[in-house]
Write a protein that binds this ligand. Sequence first.
Ligand SMILES: [Zn+2]
Length: 111
Amino acid sequence: MRPTISFDARACLDVDPFEGDRDQDVLVRSDKIILPRKDHNCLICDGTARKATWCRARSEVDRDLGMAMTFYFCTSCCEAQAASWTDQGMSLTERYSIGCRLRGELPDVAA
Ligand SMILES: [Zn+2]
């Protein structure tokens, strides 16, 4: 049985998680909502994108480094990404600040 999805997958995938953040030459190979087979670290909140829960997985190749990478986003951060089209990114900002606190970084001050 597949778990029920709690967010709008299309709206979530429409969010570019690295918007304006990087200038590397990056090729997105796949970007989709999946049920991972094992736990992964969530890129946004630094929590766990748990196995068998709906998560976003984005695979990229950094053409400068010649390196392939996959980034995962947990269910709560997927919900926040999907909601960012209607809440001015408030939930997403909250998720990012959780990650900053866990990593001991200062959160970005909203411009
Ligand atoms: Zn997360």
